[in-house]
Design a protein around this ligand. Structure first.
Ligand SMILES: Nc1ncnc2c1ncn2[C@@H]1O[C@H](COP(=O)(O)OP(=O)(O)OP(=O)(O)O)[C@@H](O)[C@H]1O
Length: 241
């Protein structure tokens, strides 16, 4: 496995009186795609939000590229090179695609070479450049949300359920886009419920249950072991259709 880009060790997160993460150990290798799987309510979103500093860990360490980031504020964590696309997709519906991206480019004018690269990954953005984001399909809005997160170079992209509610054909198209991002040296930690998508895309996988990582390894090993899938994820053959 490549060197870890992100490492969480013994991370606990409390939300109010609730003890949600209960000692998460998680490694995201540099240069790969890691899938975070698990039941509803297992703690996947809380894990992403804790990495991003939106919840502060009450215990444990979070290390990014060798530097401790646990407890830092969200802007500093973003500055360090991590971007986050929440499940709700941070897209302004009344603004054009261009305006959505301009607002996300906090460092100043958009880098045209980078924009060309983003158009290559998500061609629909070029087509709808001057259209309000609100008229786009769900998949296209997801592309705007991801483009906003990567308009400035990022080492690590955290994405929460990008396939939720999308048609299978759109999901297939997204696999290519994420592989493209990976080829461009963006590591990805992606929360996913769709096991087929996760299996097609993931290099490594971590399974969360009750606020802990209960399994970590290569995606190929999990794909090859249907018994393990059943035990960890409750997947039956139906879930693979
Ligand atoms: N703001 C909050 N206040 C109280 N409890 C919360 C809050 N946010 C999340 N939780 C609880 O924390 C637990 C983990 O939630 P989380 O959203 O991380 O799970 P998840 O694995 O992402 O699940 P899902 O797929 O349903 O989003 C759940 O029991 C949830 O009810």
């Amino acid at each position: 496995m490549a060197n870890p880009l992100l490492r969480m060790e013994g991370v606990h997160t409390h939300i109010g009186q609730y003890h949600i993460l209960q000692g998460v150990d998680l490694t995201v290798p540099d240069g790969g795609i890691t899938m975070l799987l698990g039941r509803n309510g297992a703690g996947k979103t809380t894990t992403l939000r804790t990495i991003m500093g939106l919840w502060k860990p009450s215990q444990g360490t979070v290390t990014f590229d060798g530097t401790p980031i646990g407890g830092k504020d969200t802007p500093s964590i973003a500055q360090a090179g991590i971007a986050y696309v929440p499940e709700t997709m941070a897209v302004f519906h009344d603004l054009t695609v261009e305006e959505n991206l301009k607002l996300a480019a906090r460092a100043g004018p958009m880098d045209t070479a980078r924009l060309d690269w983003i158009f290559g990954v998500f061609p629909a953005l070029k087509r709808f450049w001057h259209s309000p984001a609100g008229v786009l399909s769900g998949g296209q809005k997801q592309m705007v949300a991801i483009a906003r997160a990567i308009i400035e170079p990022r080492r690590l992209l955290l994405i929460d359920e990008p396939t939720k509610g999308l048609a299978p054909a759109i999901i297939e198209g997204m696999i290519g886009a994420f592989q493209d991002l990976k080829r461009q040296n963006t590591s990805i930690l992606l929360v996913e419920q769709n096991f087929r998508f996760a299996a097609a895309l993931g290099d490594t996988v971590a399974v969360v249950d009750d606020g802990r990582v209960v399994h970590a390894g290569t995606m190929a090993d999990l794909v090859a072991d249907t018994g393990l899938q059943e035990r960890l994820l409750g997947l039956s053959l139906d879930a693979h259709q």
